[in-house]
Design a protein around this ligand. Structure first.
Ligand SMILES: NC(=O)c1ccc[n+]([C@@H]2O[C@H](COP(=O)([O-])OP(=O)(O)OC[C@H]3O[C@@H](n4cnc5c(N)ncnc54)[C@H](OP(=O)(O)O)[C@@H]3O)[C@@H](O)[C@H]2O)c1
Length: 428
């Protein structure tokens, strides 16, 4: 005879009882044990069984035998199943976290003033659209920083969720091109300006605005590139379209330590161009060199009033600054050189002369990422897949949670942010 433990343990479903009152012969025990351990098993205290047995018909019949244990326990099991179902229904009925609510940055502008806050938003408040997306990441772009701080007239209606780009997973779709589970990407189309954008855990969008997430990129990598990187690629494509090639001469990139400038520098250098980076932050010189810039110039060489023409140096340019910087670049661009203008970090005005256009035949190409046709977007993303060294993305990117967006927007406008900022919207 042997005494067997009387503790409670959960394993499988064949039930057996051991206690000093219920000693089994070694033989019976071994056979029970082998039966019990060959299938699911649950052991528990036999003294409890004695009291539970009172709810079982014929409880005294064959008491203590293995058959009795089995009969009592199987009936108790049925009883507990009913209890368990009832408890589950009761649990569901308890008011809990409302799954229709999600977190987002909301810009409001009313009698109380212009303000952005991280708030709870009800799904019912989402704008119209044929695709609902569970957002994974958005990027903090210069335009988002202007919208959040109210320093630029970016948000055109209120309340507004900022975020001009996002990557996420389709949850519901009435659009023929997308189904639940698809990984999608969005840049521009007035999202974050006229239509609620990516700085929230959910978005409802027009399917026509979306592009499938390129296979080369993880969601995080796609947002590391984001609208800034995609715009940089549009600039590179424009240079190529206007005949600028790696052997044409030097390409100057302004705001090189920022989002557009960083990706532009990395892509151009991978393509074999000789890149001259312009930055106002000497401490970031090593960073832009690591991205592929062959030479780094100080911003101060460009931000004063420009002469109509100056010594020609650039075969091409990618300018994110505007104002005097753009005027100086045009004045120093080679005969038939090409300047792409995509930004206004230094100002909206363009205090230039027509001299570079009529005497050197330069081309000034405007770059707009927001309403760019879908076919060109697809090309830009495909080219990013082949022409951006993914190892440079780690260098370019920093990551923040949704709760850090508002203070980081201030830092971005103060020129303190390097490269791209990815926002993990599920980190709040
Ligand atoms: N056209 C489009 O579709 C499109 C798309 C995306 C972005 N953009 C525009 O492109 C610009 C850059 O965007 P981003 O995302 O790269 O912004 P960002 O990451 O903040 O970079 C902007 C960079 O510009 C430089 N900068 C800032 N203030 C300056 C000033 N007062 N004078 C001269 N340089 C200054 C800084 O670079 P350094 O520290 O290296 O000097 C800064 O890092 C913005 O104006 C944005 O609105 C346009």
């Amino acid at each position: 005879m042997r005494e067997i433990d009387d503790g409670i343990g959960i394993g499988n479903s064949n039930l057996f009882v051991r206690s000093p009152d219920n000693l089994l012969s070694d033989e019976t025990y071994q056979s029970e044990l082998s039966e019990a351990t060959s299938g699911p098993k649950l052991s528990y205290r036999a003294d409890l069984l004695a009291s539970w047995a009172s709810v079982v018909p014929d409880a005294e019949k064959g008491r203590g035998t293995p058959a009795w244990h089995r009969r009592v326990l199987v009936r108790l099991q049925g009883f507990m199943t009913i209890c368990s179902s009832t408890l589950q229904i009761a649990l569901l009925a308890i008011p809990g976290e409302d799954s229709s609510m999600f977190k987002g940055v909301l810009i409001e502008n009313d009698d109380a003033g212009y303000r952005a806050n991280l708030v709870n938003i009800d799904e019912a408040q989402l704008p119209e659209g044929d695709v609902s997306v569970k957002v994974a990441y958005t990027g903090l772009n210069y335009k988002d920083a202007l919208a959040i701080t109210g320093r630029g007239k970016i948000a055109r209606q209120f309340p507004m969720v900022p975020g001009v780009d996002l990557v996420g997973i389709v949850q519901e779709s009435l659009h023929p091109a997308y189904k639940p589970g698809d990984r999608v990407l969005l840049n521009g189309w007035g999202v974050g300006e006229r239509h609620w954008g990516g700085m929230a855990q959910k978005a409802r969008l027009k399917g026509d605005w979306l592009v499938p997430l390129p296979a080369q990129f993880s969601p995080k990598q796609a947002m590391a590139i984001g609208t800034a990187g995609y715009t940089a690629m549009l600039c590179v494509l424009a240079l190529e379209k206007h005949g600028v090639a790696p052997d044409s001469g030097e390409i100057v990139v302004t705001g090189a330590a920022g989002g557009v400038g960083s990706v532009a520098t990395a892509v151009l250098s991978k393509l074999g161009y000789s890149v001259v980076a312009v930055t106002g932050r000497p401490k970031e010189a090593e960073y832009v060199r690591a991205l592929g810039a062959g030479e780094v110039l100080d911003r101060s060489e460009f931000d004063g009033p420009s002469r109509p023409l100056a010594k020609a140096r650039w075969a091409g340019a990618i300018d994110v600054v505007g104002s005097h910087t753009l005027a100086n670049i045009c004045a120093t661009t080679n005969y038939r050189g090409v300047v792409t203008a995509c930004g206004m970090a230094g100002g909206m005005e363009f205090p230039a002369s027509v001299a570079p256009f009529i005497l050197r035949g330069i081309t000034l190409v405007g770059i707009d990422s927001v309403m760019c046709p879908r076919s060109e977007r697809l090309i830009a993303w495909e080219r990013l897949g082949s022409d951006l060294d993914p190892t440079k993305l780690g260098l370019i990117t920093s990551s923040i949670g949704l709760n850090e967006v508002i203070p980081t927007a201030e830092r971005m406008l103060a020129g303190e942010i390097r490269g791209r900022v990815i926002v993990d919207v599920n980190e709040v």
